[in-house]
Design a protein around this ligand. Structure first.
Ligand SMILES: Nc1ncnc2c1ncn2[C@@H]1O[C@H](COP(=O)(O)OP(=O)(O)O)[C@@H](O)[C@H]1O
Ligand SMILES: [Mg+2]
Length: 238
């Protein structure tokens, strides 16, 4: 569903991504792991059509991100580290507003919003203003907004960073259901989350893809993921 071919992106003298290629098929949750500055956010910005590669290309569900950005956006949902919500709307108003932007409306939009309020446990605060919510609450609202139109591809750039246990756990449980028939790219620094949710591990280091490994059902656990990541990163530093 995601096909990335020899993608390169530089900012002046900084090579943020160099010759990155990989595919993510349906039903896969791929962890994107790597130190700060590895190129994770640059990759997410390219895939969510906020920027374009210098060379190479990315295709999402048969649509090239540079040639057909609108089509890509229609099948993609994205959540970034900072939950960017309008402070003066409530979560419910936010979901209604974005639902209409996606061309949804009427009883089917109401039903979808009620479903997400239940699954992401937004009920308690869905009529408060976004501006007064905790980071974890906001980030759950951002996930709900990203999946309103049931996108086939979900791009999550460190969505759980700085979240309390309850919010992170709720988000992980939601994603483990949402994944079916879809694909998810999930950047995180939390190896426990990788071992619980992901069946693929992609490690970026200095803009290069330095490890690409399937994680089997008999999970290697957080410690196993940690040692794979550290070994890959040691490889580029030596
Ligand atoms: N808009 C930009 N202008 C200049 N340099 C940038 C820009 N965006 C990212 N970079 C640089 O590209 C590299 C990769 O950054 P980024 O993709 O944000 O990494 P990560 O998300 O893995 O921490 C870093 O060296 C960063 O400083
Ligand atoms: Mg980043």
């Amino acid at each position: 569903m995601i096909h990335i071919e020899q993608v390169t992106k530089s900012f002046k003298d900084v090579s943020a991504l160099s010759n990155v290629s990989f595919d993510v098929p349906r039903d896969q949750v791929a962890a994107i792991v790597g130190p700060n500055g590895a190129g994770k956010t640059t990759l997410f910005r390219l895939l969510s059509t906020l920027s374009t590669p210098d060379s190479g290309y990315a295709v999402m569900c048969d649509h090239n991100t540079s040639i057909a950005p609108q089509k890509v956006r229609a099948i993609t949902g994205a959540v970034f580290t900072e939950p960017a919500l309008y402070d003066r709307l409530t979560p419910k108003e936010t979901l209604n507003y974005f639902g209409m932007l996606y061309g949804l409306g009427g009883p089917s939009l109401r039903k979808r919003i009620d479903e997400l309020i239940e699954q992401l446990e937004l009920g308690e605060f869905c009529s408060r203003l976004n501006g007064v919510l905790s980071r974890g609450m906001k980030q759950r609202v951002a996930i709900a907004r990203a999946v309103l139109h049931e996108p086939s591809v979900l791009l999550l750039d460190e969505p759980t960073t700085g979240l309390d246990f309850h919010s992170a756990d709720n988000m992980l449980r939601f994603l483990s259901e949402y994944r079916h028939g879809r694909c998810i790219l999930f950047a995180t620094h939390n190896f426990q989350e990788v071992s619980l949710l992901c069946n693929r591990l992609l490690v970026l280091g200095k803009g290069r893809l330095i490890l690409d490994r399937e994680l089997s059902e008999d999970s290697v656990g957080a410690e196993g993921v940690r040692s794979m990541v550290l070994e890959a990163i040691r490889g580029i530093d030596s």
